[in-house]
Design a protein around this ligand. Structure first.
Ligand SMILES: NC(=O)c1ccc[n+]([C@@H]2O[C@H](COP(=O)([O-])OP(=O)(O)OC[C@H]3O[C@@H](n4cnc5c(N)ncnc54)[C@H](O)[C@@H]3O)[C@@H](O)[C@H]2O)c1
Length: 259
């Protein structure tokens, strides 16, 4: 399915990124992993701190030409400092993608890791527009201005930004056939799951009552592999929710159409 493709995976040392690197490799791809933490499994791995724009630029310089795909998976949970959450989850994927596009092959696929947490983006349009003007050096000001430390707001907002950025740039690079899509998981059993429970409190328990089980990285990785494959060439700016039905539940209950 992915024979002959070379794909960059950020966040490859744990959780969803680690499983994605394994899944893409199993399907025939050559994976170049990126993470701030070491990775002993991958033959090709570049240690990078994605909070640092200079490190991102250096990473781009070290990556080869003619890449077939990029999976922006690295992320921090809502318990991390807000400015770091916005850097890793929102600014880094944008900078890495923009800088890497010249090195992508025609027809390449970009897959971003969103979240069910991004579902409320339509209520944050003004903030999202303001964030367009924000970069690594003034993200702390943005966090203070919009109180991003309030109840894990930085995490929700980072995913609203990533989701809408994906939709807005679904085919920005159309002249080269490069497409971009987003995968939005519900709660997945990875090392950061307790951080969500700590932030959401009773809301997290309430959410769990409408699901049969937690997701696993093995539920998410095949969907990312599909988006990286040629089977998905007409998906552009699509948001694939992989959440055990949770977003459907929210849509139906909030509109009175069912439960
Ligand atoms: N676990 C969930 O419930 C869930 C749900 C929806 C979306 N997500 C998203 O999935 C993605 C992966 O999360 P996960 O659950 O696998 O968590 P995880 O902590 O297991 O993996 C995240 C990876 O990102 C890396 N990372 C963090 N900061 C970095 C930095 N500054 N530079 C480089 N790498 C960095 C970490 O080292 C780690 O390997 C994240 O974007 C997260 O927001 C997770």
């Amino acid at each position: 399915m992915l024979d002959g493709k070379t794909i960059v995976v950020t966040g490859c040392s744990s959780g969803i990124g680690l499983e994605t690197a394994r899944e893409l490799t199993r399907r025939g791809a050559t994976v170049i992993g990126v993470d701030r933490n070491p990775n002993d499994e991958l033959d090709r791995f570049i240690e990078t701190d994605l909070t640092d724009p200079a490190a991102i630029d250096e990473l781009v310089g070290r990556l080869p030409d003619s890449l077939d795909g990029l999976c922006n998976i690295a992320g921090l949970p809502p318990t991390a400092p807000p400015e770091l959450v916005l850097k890793v989850n929102a600014l880094a994927p944008q900078r890495l993608t923009r800088r890497l596009v010249p090195k992508l092959a025609g027809g390449a696929s970009i897959t971003n890791l969103g979240s069910l947490a991004g579902i409320g983006w339509a209520d944050a349009v003004d903030q999202i527009k303001d964030f367009d003007k924000t970069d690594f050096d003034d993200v702390e000001r943005f966090c203070r201005q919009y109180d991003m430390s309030d109840g894990g707001r930085s995490y929700f907002f980072s995913k609203e930004v990533l989701l809408t950025w994906t939709m807005r740039n679904r085919w920005t690079w159309r002249d080269r056939g490069i497409r971009m899509n987003v995968v939005s998981p519900g709660p997945v059993d990875t090392p950061i799951l307790p951080d969500f429970a700590a932030t959401l409190g009773a809301r997290a328990e309430e959410d769990m009552r409408v699901m049969d089980r937690l997701g696993t990285p093995q539920d998410i990785a095949p969907v990312i592999a599909f988006l990286q494959s040629d089977a998905s060439v007409w998906l552009r700016g699509a948001n694939l929710t992989v959440d055990g039905g949770m977003s459907s539940y929210i849509a139906m209950t909030s509109t009175g159409l069912g439960d």
